[in-house]
Structure formats: structure tokens, C-alpha cells
Ligand binder design. Structure first.
Ligand SMILES: Cc1cc2nc3c(=O)[nH]c(=O)nc-3n(C[C@H](O)[C@H](O)[C@H](O)COP(=O)(O)O)c2cc1C
Length: 204
């Protein structure tokens, strides 16, 4: 297995971090790795808001189901889907943006996921641990207000990054046969495989 494959297979979410600070240049490199991800129609619809430790971060932690690692992580990023920039680009060219399509919601959200996962891989490749925070969407309007998000921008998830202060096991994933199909969606054998997996994950 090459180094990249081994790194990807060793991912596990980290929810306890050391106090070690992360140099801003490092973080910027990881963000640039995020920007290198493929992007639907070259729209680049992801904006990242870095939130420092303190009152604003604590409020975010509270809004995200009081998960204390949101306050504690050396770095906390909020990944936003951003179609506002597209609107601005249209205005620069004296044209009006066509908006309100579900397709735009989907492509912007996908852009965010692809961007963020590149950031995760870059950070993990340098010994960092991460935890996505989808619970930010529990109070999405309050989060949007706190971050002063304009129209057409919404938070998709947060991301804690820091040096791990714990070493949890890798969580076993579904069997390959269940997630990789050949030519058509054949679910033959899935029930047995899922029952086996159920037992396996319970032991984990
Ligand atoms: C979009 C997204 C949102 C998530 N939100 C949270 C969260 O709010 N809190 C948390 O502790 N973990 C969160 N997670 C982490 C998942 O629970 C975790 O990735 C999953 O259980 C698999 O475990 P692993 O990452 O250790 O392999 C989230 C993961 C993703 C991809």
C-alpha cells in the first residue's frame, strides 16, 4: 500500500487535542490543498471562516450541541457554501445571476465537501487530527448571524483541527461488497454482509 492509501485508511476522528498551536502558514497550505479539489463548473463555491478561540468560538460550540472540542481545538474552521461570489461575478459582467435552483444548492454543497476533505487529508498527512462538526447546522440561522454571512452563503459544517491527544481505533467501514456494485445495483448477499458487519461494529 502506498503512503497516500495508508494515510487515507488510517483516518479516525479526533475529539481531544493538545495545546500545540498550528502555524498559520501550515493552515494556509492545507487550505490551498482544499482549493485544488475539483469544483463543479469551476465555480469554486467554498469559503472558509477561521474562528479563533474565545467568546465567538464558545458560542459556536454551544450552538453545535455543546461539543466542547469545538472550543478546545487549536484551529476551528467553518466551511460555507458560497454562491454570493457567483452573484458578484455576474454583477462584474453586468448580468443578473439566475438563482434558486436546487442544482446550485447541490453543487455548492458538494464543492464544500470536496474542498474540506482535501484540507483534512493535507492536515492528517502532517500528523494532525480532525473532527467534522455537522452539528453547526442544528442552529444554522444563529451560526449564519454570528459569522455575518450574506445572502446565498450558508454553513455546511465546521472542522476541528489539532495535534491528537488521543489515539482511537479506526472505525470499521461497511464491507466492500455492499458499497461497490458491478454494472447494476444488485443487493444479493447484502443482508448477510450487513448482519455480519452489525456484529463486527458492535464489538468495536
Ligand atoms: C459532515 C460530517 C459531520 C459530522 N459532524 C460531527 C459532529 O457534529 N460531532 C462529532 O463528534 N462528529 C461528527 N462527525 C464525525 C463522524 O461522526 C465520524 O466521521 C464517523 O462516525 C466515522 O468515524 P471516523 O471519522 O472516526 O472514522 C461528522 C462527520 C461528517 C463527515
Amino acid at each position: 500500500m502506498n503512503e497516500t492509501l495508508a494515510l487515507l485508511q488510517s483516518h479516525r476522528s479526533i475529539r481531544k487535542f493538545t495545546d500545540e498551536t498550528i502555524p498559520q502558514e501550515k493552515l494556509e497550505q492545507w487550505i490551498q490543498a482544499g482549493q485544488a479539489a475539483a469544483t463543479s463548473s469551476f465555480i469554486q463555491a467554498c469559503t472558509v471562516i477561521q474562528v479563533g478561540q474565545g467568546e465567538q468560538r464558545d458560542t459556536l460550540a454551544h450552538l453545535a450541541a455543546d461539543q466542547k472540542y469545538v472550543s478546545e481545538a487549536p484551529v476551528f474552521l467553518v466551511f460555507c457554501a458560497d454562491m454570493n461570489r457567483h452573484k458578484v461575478a455576474c454583477e462584474l459582467h453586468d448580468s443578473e445571476m439566475h438563482k434558486g435552483y436546487t442544482e446550485q444548492f447541490l453543487t455548492a454543497s458538494l464543492d464544500v465537501g470536496l474542498f474540506a476533505q482535501n484540507v483534512v487529508t493535507a492536515a492528517e498527512s502532517e500528523g494532525m487530527g480532525i473532527c467534522y462538526i455537522g452539528a453547526l447546522r442544528n442552529n444554522i440561522e444563529a451560526v449564519a448571524d454570528l459569522l455575518e454571512l450574506p445572502e446565498l452563503v450558508y454553513p455546511v459544517f465546521g472542522l476541528c483541527i489539532g495535534k491528537p491527544a488521543q489515539n482511537p481505533e479506526v472505525k470499521p467501514r461497511l464491507p466492500l461488497s455492499v458499497v461497490l456494485k458491478q454494472n447494476t445495483y444488485s443487493s444479493e448477499g447484502d443482508k448477510t454482509a450487513l448482519a455480519d458487519y452489525d456484529e463486527h461494529i458492535q464489538n468495536y
